[in-house]
Ligand binder design. Structure first.
Ligand SMILES: Nc1ncnc2c1ncn2[C@@H]1O[C@H](COP(=O)(O)OP(=O)(O)OP(=O)(O)O)[C@@H](O)[C@H]1O
Length: 347
């Protein structure tokens, strides 16, 4: 597998007096959060976290309020200084970067889209979008041309001359997104960008992110406390609790094989048929079944397969590149919906 874009190893962020001593002292690291606070006055917002963000994936950091999501993602570009551990972007040590290199990292390589847009109120939409390019010293004509292109990409055509105050929340968020995209960063970091939006606009923005990702394949790190958003957007999800990653996996892994009771409780109400794929419901095909008949792809959801089985009135093949991997029938599909153990994977 290719080198991760971001590699994080043994990362700690401790707030408070003499924070450095906490990660280095096994007695302190073993303390629960409340006791650590009483004993040392310190909060360990991120505790010994390791992961890699793969090129082209949407990596979601999810957890309840206070679990450490924002601190973790801010540490990636040292908007917050880590206390211990290593962070690399494309193999380059982020903690060793000087000020100029860091500025370049934040402006060009890993741009952040914030919840509160951070738009300049007296500037037009176009100038707000061009702002990042302006700081980079790109000439006026070139930055206006690039800004116009990105404005169109996020669906704001016709609103170029408005000021932020004349836009809806969703439109303002699109401007924030366009501004981050204009500098063409290798990675886009999203800090709960949609949590202030009403549900319909929020869904629209989520679809926008999915579309942008599909069209461009840009690497994205997305913070959210909303499980449905995480499941919808994430190729992989890091689920955080008290500063630690309690499980890192695909939506299907997290919903289908929760790592512990906390995760199990977290995903309890998820409609499994919309997340689990037919691989978990499959059984081996008999020679007769394997030969012909309607088929679904291995990435099809259980929900899609239920439709196919209902239409066919019997088992449906799971076919990948012309090869029959197995079949799904109503019994197997119902087992997944009911949450009984998935069948052992075949092939
Ligand atoms: N500057 C700070 N000083 C002291 N403690 C802090 C500071 N910033 C964050 N914390 C603490 O670190 C922990 C993690 O906070 P963080 O903001 O990263 O969580 P979060 O998961 O992003 O929460 P939310 O979803 O509410 O934004 C919390 O206990 C918080 O109180």
């Amino acid at each position: 597998m290719s080198t991760p874009v971001f590699s994080v190893d043994g990362l700690w962020k401790v707030f408070g007096p003499k924070a450095d001593r906490v990660p280095a002292d096994p007695e302190l690291t073993a303390l629960p959060a409340a006791e650590l606070r009483t004993r040392t006055g310190c909060t360990a917002a991120v505790r010994d976290v390791s992961f890699g963000v793969r090129k082209g994936e949407v990596f979601v950091v999810m957890g309840l309020s206070g679990s450490g999501k924002s601190t973790l993602v801010r540490c990636l570009t040292r908007l917050i200084e880590p206390t211990a551990g290593t962070i690399a972007i494309d193999g380059e040590d982020v903690r060793a970067m000087d000020k100029a290199r860091l500025r370049e990292l934040r402006r060009h390589r890993a741009a952040m889209v914030f919840q509160h847009f951070g738009l300049l109120p007296h500037r037009t939409v176009l100038d707000n979008v061009a702002y990042g390019l302006e700081i980079q010293g790109v000439g006026r004509a070139e930055r206006r041309e690039k800004a116009a292109e990105v404005v169109a990409k996020v669906g704001l055509t016709g609103l170029e001359q408005r000021r932020p105050g004349q836009l809806s929340g969703g439109q303002q968020q699109r401007v924030g997104l366009a501004r981050a995209l204009a500098v063409d960063p290798e990675v886009l970091l999203f800090d709960e960008p949609f949590s202030a939006l009403d549900p319909l606009i929020r869904r629209e923005m989520q679809e926008e992110v999915v579309r942008l990702h599909r069209d461009e394949g840009r690497t994205m790190v997305f913070i959210t406390h909303d499980l449905n958003e995480a499941l919808k957007l994430g190729d992989r999800i890091a689920l955080m609790r008290d500063g630690r990653i309690v499980q890192l996996g695909t939506p299907e892994e997290i919903v289908g094989s929760p790592a512990d009771d906390y995760v199990r409780e977290f995903v309890r109400d998820v409609p499994r048929e919309q997340v689990m794929t037919v691989r978990t419901a499959m059984r081996p095909a008999s020679a007769e079944e394997a030969g012909a008949g309607p088929a679904v792809a291995p990435a099809a959801t259980v929900s899609e397969a239920i439709e196919a089985v209902a239409r066919n009135g019997g088992p449906v093949r799971v076919v990948d590149a012309g090869r029959c991997l197995g079949v799904v029938d109503s019994e197997g599909l119902l087992g997944v919906v009911a949450g009984t153990a998935p069948r052992k994977e075949v092939a």
